[in-house]
Design a protein. Structure first.
Length: 173
């Protein structure tokens, strides 16, 4: 198993974000505290998801750990259900779902022109990247089920954002 270089990734991304933010300030000569806090929140969320998914906190034993790719939809869920029971299956499914709801909420708040199609592309890319990194850096199953569930979470998050925006009559800043 190859160890994922979290420290270096975090340091590099902080440096890149800092340089980008300084460049943006020089170009625009203004700083939006709201915008900067939202970017920070998206950054913290992204790093947290990466850490949790590639180096998960083991609360339950999901069976033997070995590298495997599962491309048959819902086979992984059925396998967990048969091997570990309903409780562990629900924790896995709900956890994967909830993990991506913030993408559907945070991204359109920051980038107001994003559509549901854009959110699907972002979630699909992000979830696929996570599955690839899991295969490379951990002894876990890279599963199409996770991508489907993550994608569902992001889409529901987007519709939650749209509904809250409509109900609260929120307009972009």
């Amino acid at each position: 198993m190859i160890v994922f270089p979290y420290k270096y990734v975090i340091i590099a991304t902080i440096f890149i974000l800092f340089v980008f933010r300084i460049y943006n300030f020089i170009r625009q000569r203004k700083i939006s505290v709201y915008n900067e806090l939202l970017l920070l929140l998206i950054y913290i969320y992204s790093i947290s998801v990466l850490y949790i998914t590639v180096n998960p906190i083991i609360l339950f034993d999901f069976g033997s750990t070995y590298k495997k790719i599962s491309l048959v939809p819902f086979k992984g869920i059925i396998d967990i259900l048969n091997e570990q029971g309903l409780k562990i299956t629900l924790i896995n499914v709900i956890g994967n779902f909830i993990l991506f709801v913030p993408i559907g909420i945070l991204m359109p708040i920051k980038y107001t022109t994003l559509t549901c199609r854009n959110i699907i592309v972002i979630a699909l890319f992000s979830s696929t990247l996570i599955e690839i990194l899991q295969y490379i850096f951990s002894d876990r199953v890279s599963d199409i089920d996770d991508i489907i569930i993550n994608l569902s979470g992001a889409v529901i998050g987007y519709f939650l954002y749209k509904e809250l925006k409509h109900r609260l009559n929120i307009h972009p800043l």
